[in-house]
Design a protein around this ligand. Structure first.
Ligand code: AMP
Length: 126
């Protein structure tokens, strides 16, 4: 990462620990640059997290710094997850949280893939 890059990656985050094999996960797919696994606190009947294997903090960091190969592998793995867990027939939702307003809790870029029931409107108005 360039010295003046706005992102600082914390290698002690829980997804980094999963990638290092320090804690277990329920893997759905494992590709060259991407890991997909079931969320430990599912918010829907199907709730899969997809993470790049590289050290990226969030959506913007991944988009700015990841290689084209990593980006293609990541998105193709997301699509393959939907196929693998049977979400394509009835549909699904993909969410990327970022920063404080996005309520991102784990500072390693990830997408949530949710489905298995009607998910309702995207947001409940506060
Ligand atoms: P976010 O708020 O977007 O950062 O989401 C983090 C997600 O990681 C939450 O949905 C958590 O339930 C999930 N999570 C935290 N620890 C684990 C773990 N060890 N295995 C699987 N999912 C986890």
């Amino acid at each position: 990462m360039a010295e003046n890059a706005p992102w600082t990656y914390d290698p002690s985050n829980i997804f980094a620990r999963i990638l290092r094999g320090e804690i277990p996960n329920k893997t759905v797919l494992d590709s060259a640059h991407t890991l997909a696994f079931h969320d430990i606190v599912p918010q829907a009947p199907v709730h899969v997290l997809v993470i790049p294997k590289g050290a990226y903090v969030d959506f913007a960091h991944f988009a700015a710094v990841a290689t084209a190969e990593e980006i293609a592998d990541f998105h193709r793995t997301c699509a393959k997850v939907c196929e693998t867990v049977g979400l394509n027939a009835d549909g699904f939702r993909v969410i990327a949280n970022a920063g404080a307003h996005g309520h991102q809790e784990v500072p390693h870029y990830h997408l949530h893939i949710l489905g298995g029931r009607p998910l309702g409107p995207m947001l409940v108005r506060a």
